[in-house]
Design a protein around this ligand. Sequence first.
Ligand SMILES: Nc1ncnc2c1ncn2[C@@H]1O[C@H](COP(=O)(O)OP(=O)(O)OP(=O)(O)O)[C@@H](O)[C@H]1O
Length: 267
Amino acid sequence: MSTLTVQKEVEQTEMMTAPTLLKAEDINIYYGENHAVKNLNLAVHRNEILALIGPSGCGKSTFLRSINRMNDLIPSARVTGNMMYEEVNLLSDDVNVVALRKEIGMVFQKANPFPKSIYDNLTHGLRFHGVPKKQWKDIVEESLTKAALWDEVKDRLHDSALELSGGQQQRLCIARTLALKPEVILLDEPASALDPIATAKVEELMIELKKQYTVVVVTHNMQQASRVSDRTAFFYNGELIETNPTEKLFSNPDHKQTEAYISGRFG
Ligand SMILES: Nc1ncnc2c1ncn2[C@@H]1O[C@H](COP(=O)(O)OP(=O)(O)OP(=O)(O)O)[C@@H](O)[C@H]1O
C-alpha cells in the first residue's frame, strides 16, 4: 500500500481479516451540472464478484471508473466522498494514481489491445512499471494462462494482437491487467461485444479469477449477472437502489424498482 500513498499506514492484520476491501462512502459524481451518481454508499467484499446492473445512463460505468480514478481523465467530471480501500481514501490528492491503476485494474467494453504483438501487449505495462526484464517471460505465460488464453496463443506470441478474434482480444486485455498483479479487477461490460461462446469463456474466467482477485463488473446482461456474481447492486437514475446476494436480488428483491427492472417492466 505504501506505493499508493505517502501518508497512510495500513494495519496488515485488519487487512487480512476484514471482508470489506473497498467502501464507497457518500460518493457523488458530476459531469458539469449533470449529477450522475448520487450519495452512493457501497461495500465491495474481498474475493467476491459484485455485479452492477441498471438501465442505460444510470451511472454504473461512472461509478466503476471512479474506483480507480479513471474519471480524472474526463475534464468535466467531479467526484466527492470517500473511496476507502482498506485504510486509504483513493480520492485523496496524495494517492499515486499510476500505482492505484496497477492495483485496481480495468478492462473496458471494447477490447483495446495495443497494435503490437501479443507478447508486447503484456510486457508494455511491465516495462512501464519497471519490472525486471528477466521476469517478463514467466509473467507473460502466467497471465495468459490465468486468462485462459495461453493454449490458443503460445505458438504465436509474436504475432499482432490485432489478428486475434474479439473474444481472444478481450481475454488478452484481461491478461494484460493480470500481468500487473492487481488486487481488484474492474470490468465494464467485458462481454457485451462478444458472441455466446466467447461470452461463456469470459464468464468462466471471471469465476476463476474470483479465487484470487476481487471483481466488480458492470453488465447489461442480467443472466450474466446471475450466472457469475455473488452480489448484485441495482442502480437507477444515479442512485444505488439495493445491493443483495445475487440470488435474492433476482428472486425476491427488496425494492419495487428492482423488481420492475428485473422483470423487464422498464429499462
Ligand atoms: N464522459 C462523459 N462526459 C459527460 N457525461 C457523461 C460521460 N459519461 C457518462 N456521462 C453521463 O453520466 C450519466 C451516467 O452515465 P453512465 O455511462 O455512467 O451510465 P451507465 O449506467 O454505465 O450506462 P450504460 O449502461 O448505457 O453504459 C449519463 O447521464 C451520461 O450521459
